[in-house]
Design a protein around this ligand. Structure first.
Ligand code: HEC
Ligand code: HEC
Length: 325
């Protein structure tokens, strides 16, 4: 009996001491983490998460369906989609990372605050519906959604909910893609291939076509080129956008606080990827004012005398300088 009490007391003492040592350790960890964060720039916009969407209201349910469509687009709209079969099998979230909430991961922070907006690509005032359909037709190489469909209303509701608190007209820090400094020379496809094999091929494969998950209806690793990838009218077909996306987000899991590739590697890999075959779309109505074509828009005619090759792979600095004059 005495012995039992002794053991019990001993047991309790061990628990108490373990608890205090745990508290001390977690306090130390917390302090270390705070110190690390203080050195970091944490001012970029980060979107609210799925778990913050209002529950059991009609609007909350619509927002949640919008989230679903962004995160798992292919399940609903892909080649084996349950609603319709009008896209290439990619998810919006493959590019608009973490359902459009990640800093410098093509997030939707400034969409609700800056649309409707005049865009030079179409030469018109674009609504959020038009902008979403641009990505449907280009990045997802598919068909536009009916503006009155439940799916479009849900996507709109989700994008509005995410950006609702951003003041009208304001662009938050970390939205979209970071534009990297230009290289002095053209980006190198040959160097890009070497870096691609080292850093990207394990997931996106040597043929760039990615890997399907076990449902066969959604990508585990999305395609970077080939039949099921974004078409040549998509935003990522501009080298600066692809390079900026890669630098802050790939290999998958990294973020802008700790990029793993150099700026030069990011440009070179982007050049290798955009030199590969992919679907083509009619672009004859894009950029009605030639002088507004971005320096890295790879299809002529141009308002300057630089070649399509230079507009595709650089060097971009001379083009940018000529444009300023
Ligand atoms: C292959 C990559 C990719 C996919 C997939 C994709 N997008 Fe995009 N999206 C882009 C790029 C690139 C831009 C242009 C960003 C820029 O110019 O800074 C963009 C821009 C947008 C914008 C405007 C953002 C802004 O801040 O002005 C919206 C809204 C949008 N996409 C919605 C969608 C929706 C909805 C889907 C799915 C149906 C989708 N996108 C799928 C790459 C993609
Ligand atoms: C560990 C696996 C992995 C590695 C390695 C990796 N990626 Fe990705 N990549 C992904 C996943 C997964 C996504 C989609 C992210 C999502 O849906 O959340 C993605 C998305 C992308 C996208 C946007 C969607 C598309 O298919 O166009 C690009 C571009 C991309 N990766 C390029 C690269 C490049 C370049 C490298 C090498 C520097 C790389 N990735 C390395 C897993 C990986």
């Amino acid at each position: 009996m005495r012995r039992n009490i002794f053991y019990s007391l001993f047991f309790i003492a061990t628990l108490v001491s373990a608890y205090y040592s745990f508290r001390r350790n977690s306090k130390e960890q917390e302090t270390a983490m705070l110190a690390r964060i203080e050195g970091m720039d944490t001012s970029a916009w980060v979107g609210s998460s799925l778990y913050q969407i209002p529950v059991e209201t009609e609007n909350g349910n619509l927002i949640r369906y919008g989230y679903e469509l962004i995160a798992h687009t292919s399940k609903y709209l892909g080649p084996k989609g349950t609603v319709q079969q009008t896209t290439n099998g990619m998810n919006c979230q493959n590019c608009h990372l973490e359902a459009g909430t990640k800093p410098w991961g093509l997030n939707y922070g400034s969409v609700y605050s800056t649309y409707p907006r005049f865009r030079e690509r179409s030469g018109s005032l674009e609504t959020i519906y038009k902008r979403v359909n641009d990505c449907m037709e280009r990045s997802l190489n598919g068909k536009a959604l009916d503006t009155n469909s439940k799916e479009m209303k849900a996507i709109y509701a989700y994008i509005k909910w995410l950006g609702d608190e951003v003041p009208k007209g304001e662009k938050v820090k970390g939205s979209g893609i970071e534009i990297l400094p230009y290289l002095k020379t053209a980006a190198s496809i040959t160097e890009g291939k070497i870096s691609y094999v080292q850093n990207c091929q394990s997931c996106h494969l040597s043929n760039g076509e990615g890997v399907m998950d076990s449902t066969g209806n959604m990508y585990l690793y999305p395609p970077l080129w080939g039949k099921h990838s974004y078409n040549d009218a998509a935003g990522l077909f501009q080298l600066s956008k692809l390079a900026g996306f890669i630098k802050n987000n790939m290999p998958n899991g990294i973020n802008y606080h700790a990029p793993s590739l150099s700026i030069q590697d990011a440009w070179n890999i982007a050049a290798y990827i955009n030199a590969q075959p992919r679907p083509s779309k009619d672009k004859s109505k894009d950029w009605p004012l030639l002088a507004t074509k971005p320096v890295d828009y790879p299809f002529g005619p141009y308002a300057d005398n630089f070649s399509e090759q230079q507009h595709k792979f650089g060097p971009f600095e001379p083009i940018a300088l000529a444009k300023k004059k």
